[in-house]
Design a protein around this ligand. Structure first.
Ligand SMILES: [Fe+2]
Ligand SMILES: [Fe+2]
Length: 191
Protein backbone atom coordinates (compact mmCIF):
# COMPACT_ATOMS: atom_id res chain seq x y z
CA UNK A 1 0.00 0.00 0.00
CA UNK A 2 2.79 2.44 0.84
CA UNK A 3 4.51 1.55 -2.41
CA UNK A 4 1.29 2.34 -4.28
CA UNK A 5 1.13 5.75 -2.59
CA UNK A 6 4.81 6.40 -3.39
CA UNK A 7 4.00 5.63 -7.03
CA UNK A 8 1.13 8.14 -6.97
CA UNK A 9 3.45 10.79 -5.51
CA UNK A 10 6.10 10.06 -8.14
CA UNK A 11 3.51 10.55 -10.89
CA UNK A 12 2.23 13.66 -9.12
CA UNK A 13 5.68 15.31 -9.35
CA UNK A 14 5.64 14.76 -13.11
CA UNK A 15 2.00 15.80 -13.45
CA UNK A 16 2.59 19.13 -11.72
CA UNK A 17 5.71 19.81 -13.78
CA UNK A 18 3.87 18.75 -16.94
CA UNK A 19 1.18 21.37 -16.24
CA UNK A 20 3.93 24.01 -15.92
CA UNK A 21 5.70 22.94 -19.08
CA UNK A 22 2.82 22.05 -21.37
CA UNK A 23 0.23 24.81 -21.08
CA UNK A 24 1.31 28.23 -22.32
CA UNK A 25 -0.22 31.69 -22.10
CA UNK A 26 -1.71 31.41 -18.61
CA UNK A 27 -1.19 33.84 -15.71
CA UNK A 28 2.16 33.65 -13.91
CA UNK A 29 0.40 32.41 -10.75
CA UNK A 30 -0.60 29.20 -12.58
CA UNK A 31 3.05 28.29 -13.12
CA UNK A 32 4.17 29.35 -9.64
CA UNK A 33 1.41 27.33 -7.95
CA UNK A 34 2.02 24.13 -9.92
CA UNK A 35 5.75 24.46 -9.33
CA UNK A 36 5.02 24.68 -5.59
CA UNK A 37 2.82 21.57 -5.92
CA UNK A 38 5.68 19.71 -7.65
CA UNK A 39 8.02 20.57 -4.76
CA UNK A 40 5.49 19.26 -2.23
CA UNK A 41 4.95 16.06 -4.24
CA UNK A 42 8.71 15.54 -4.23
CA UNK A 43 8.67 15.88 -0.44
CA UNK A 44 5.83 13.32 -0.20
CA UNK A 45 7.73 10.90 -2.43
CA UNK A 46 10.87 11.29 -0.34
CA UNK A 47 9.03 10.82 2.97
CA UNK A 48 7.49 7.61 1.64
CA UNK A 49 10.61 6.15 0.06
CA UNK A 50 12.62 6.93 3.21
CA UNK A 51 9.97 5.10 5.21
CA UNK A 52 9.89 2.19 2.73
CA UNK A 53 13.65 1.90 3.20
CA UNK A 54 13.13 1.31 6.94
CA UNK A 55 10.88 -1.62 5.88
CA UNK A 56 13.58 -2.98 3.57
CA UNK A 57 11.78 -1.87 0.40
CA UNK A 58 12.39 0.62 -2.39
CA UNK A 59 10.31 2.31 -5.07
CA UNK A 60 10.18 -0.09 -8.02
CA UNK A 61 10.03 -3.27 -5.92
CA UNK A 62 6.36 -3.81 -6.85
CA UNK A 63 4.26 -3.37 -9.98
CA UNK A 64 2.25 -0.17 -10.28
CA UNK A 65 -0.70 1.02 -12.35
CA UNK A 66 -0.58 3.63 -15.10
CA UNK A 67 -3.88 5.40 -14.43
CA UNK A 68 -2.44 8.80 -13.59
CA UNK A 69 -0.20 9.07 -16.59
CA UNK A 70 -2.91 7.76 -18.89
CA UNK A 71 -5.07 10.68 -17.78
CA UNK A 72 -2.14 13.06 -18.26
CA UNK A 73 -1.91 11.92 -21.89
CA UNK A 74 -5.66 12.16 -22.46
CA UNK A 75 -5.75 15.74 -21.19
CA UNK A 76 -2.51 16.95 -22.79
CA UNK A 77 -4.36 19.12 -25.32
CA UNK A 78 -6.47 21.10 -22.85
CA UNK A 79 -5.66 22.72 -19.48
CA UNK A 80 -9.39 22.80 -18.61
CA UNK A 81 -9.65 19.01 -19.03
CA UNK A 82 -6.39 18.56 -17.10
CA UNK A 83 -7.64 20.62 -14.14
CA UNK A 84 -11.00 18.82 -14.20
CA UNK A 85 -9.73 15.28 -14.35
CA UNK A 86 -6.35 15.27 -12.64
CA UNK A 87 -6.45 17.52 -9.54
CA UNK A 88 -10.26 17.73 -9.25
CA UNK A 89 -10.85 14.01 -9.83
CA UNK A 90 -7.77 11.87 -9.23
CA UNK A 91 -6.01 14.00 -6.59
CA UNK A 92 -9.36 14.70 -4.92
CA UNK A 93 -9.83 10.94 -4.77
CA UNK A 94 -6.75 10.88 -2.57
CA UNK A 95 -8.55 13.08 -0.04
CA UNK A 96 -11.25 10.40 0.25
CA UNK A 97 -8.83 7.48 0.29
CA UNK A 98 -6.36 8.76 2.90
CA UNK A 99 -8.34 8.41 6.18
CA UNK A 100 -9.27 4.73 5.51
CA UNK A 101 -5.63 4.02 4.62
CA UNK A 102 -4.56 5.67 7.87
CA UNK A 103 -6.96 3.41 9.78
CA UNK A 104 -5.34 0.34 8.22
CA UNK A 105 -1.83 1.59 8.96
CA UNK A 106 -2.80 2.45 12.53
CA UNK A 107 -4.24 -1.05 12.95
CA UNK A 108 -0.94 -2.43 11.64
CA UNK A 109 0.97 -0.32 14.18
CA UNK A 110 2.75 1.86 11.59
CA UNK A 111 2.49 5.23 13.34
CA UNK A 112 5.24 6.77 11.21
CA UNK A 113 3.25 6.07 8.05
CA UNK A 114 0.10 7.52 9.61
CA UNK A 115 2.02 10.74 10.33
CA UNK A 116 3.39 10.88 6.77
CA UNK A 117 -0.16 10.58 5.45
CA UNK A 118 -1.21 13.45 7.76
CA UNK A 119 1.33 15.66 5.97
CA UNK A 120 0.23 14.40 2.57
CA UNK A 121 -3.48 14.96 3.29
CA UNK A 122 -2.79 18.52 4.52
CA UNK A 123 -0.80 19.36 1.38
CA UNK A 124 -3.20 17.57 -1.01
CA UNK A 125 -6.07 19.78 0.15
CA UNK A 126 -3.93 22.63 -1.17
CA UNK A 127 -3.26 20.84 -4.48
CA UNK A 128 -6.94 20.18 -5.08
CA UNK A 129 -7.57 23.83 -4.19
CA UNK A 130 -5.08 24.88 -6.88
CA UNK A 131 -6.94 22.64 -9.34
CA UNK A 132 -10.28 24.11 -8.31
CA UNK A 133 -8.96 27.68 -8.62
CA UNK A 134 -7.67 27.18 -12.16
CA UNK A 135 -10.65 25.13 -13.28
CA UNK A 136 -12.90 28.03 -12.21
CA UNK A 137 -10.58 30.55 -13.85
CA UNK A 138 -10.51 28.65 -17.16
CA UNK A 139 -14.31 28.17 -17.12
CA UNK A 140 -14.75 31.93 -16.58
CA UNK A 141 -12.25 32.73 -19.34
CA UNK A 142 -14.03 30.42 -21.80
CA UNK A 143 -17.51 31.46 -20.65
CA UNK A 144 -18.63 27.91 -19.80
CA UNK A 145 -20.69 26.68 -16.86
CA UNK A 146 -18.48 24.72 -14.42
CA UNK A 147 -20.79 21.89 -13.30
CA UNK A 148 -22.01 20.89 -16.77
CA UNK A 149 -18.50 21.33 -18.19
CA UNK A 150 -17.01 19.04 -15.57
CA UNK A 151 -19.59 16.32 -16.31
CA UNK A 152 -19.00 16.64 -20.07
CA UNK A 153 -15.22 16.33 -19.64
CA UNK A 154 -15.62 13.36 -17.33
CA UNK A 155 -17.71 11.53 -19.92
CA UNK A 156 -15.57 12.59 -22.92
CA UNK A 157 -12.40 11.24 -21.32
CA UNK A 158 -13.84 8.16 -19.66
CA UNK A 159 -12.93 9.38 -16.17
CA UNK A 160 -14.38 7.35 -13.32
CA UNK A 161 -17.59 8.34 -11.60
CA UNK A 162 -16.42 8.50 -8.01
CA UNK A 163 -17.99 6.37 -5.31
CA UNK A 164 -18.45 7.11 -1.60
CA UNK A 165 -17.24 7.47 1.08
CA UNK A 166 -16.23 11.07 0.33
CA UNK A 167 -14.06 13.15 2.62
CA UNK A 168 -16.49 16.05 2.48
CA UNK A 169 -14.68 18.14 5.11
CA UNK A 170 -11.43 17.98 3.14
CA UNK A 171 -13.23 18.58 -0.15
CA UNK A 172 -14.94 21.66 1.28
CA UNK A 173 -11.58 23.01 2.47
CA UNK A 174 -10.22 22.37 -1.04
CA UNK A 175 -12.86 24.69 -2.44
CA UNK A 176 -15.54 22.39 -3.86
CA UNK A 177 -18.87 24.25 -3.71
CA UNK A 178 -21.98 22.79 -2.01
CA UNK A 179 -23.52 22.34 -5.50
CA UNK A 180 -20.48 20.36 -6.67
CA UNK A 181 -20.51 18.14 -3.59
CA UNK A 182 -24.22 17.50 -4.05
CA UNK A 183 -23.64 16.56 -7.70
CA UNK A 184 -20.85 14.22 -6.59
CA UNK A 185 -23.09 12.45 -4.10
CA UNK A 186 -26.02 12.27 -6.50
CA UNK A 187 -23.77 10.96 -9.28
CA UNK A 188 -22.48 8.24 -6.96
CA UNK A 189 -25.98 6.98 -6.26
CA UNK A 190 -26.91 7.14 -9.94
CA UNK A 191 -29.64 9.74 -9.52
FE1 LIG B 1 1.25 14.31 -2.90
FE1 LIG C 1 -0.88 16.36 -4.87
Amino acid sequence: MLHAVAHIEFNAINLALDAVWRFSGLPEAFYRQWLQVAAEEALHFTLLTDHLATLGRAYGDFDAHDGLWTMARKTAHDPLARMALVPRTLEARGLDATPPMQDKLRAAGDTAAVEILDIILRDEIGHVAVGNRWFAWLCARDGVEPLATFERLRQDHGAPRLKPPFNLAARRRAGFTPEELLALEQGATGR
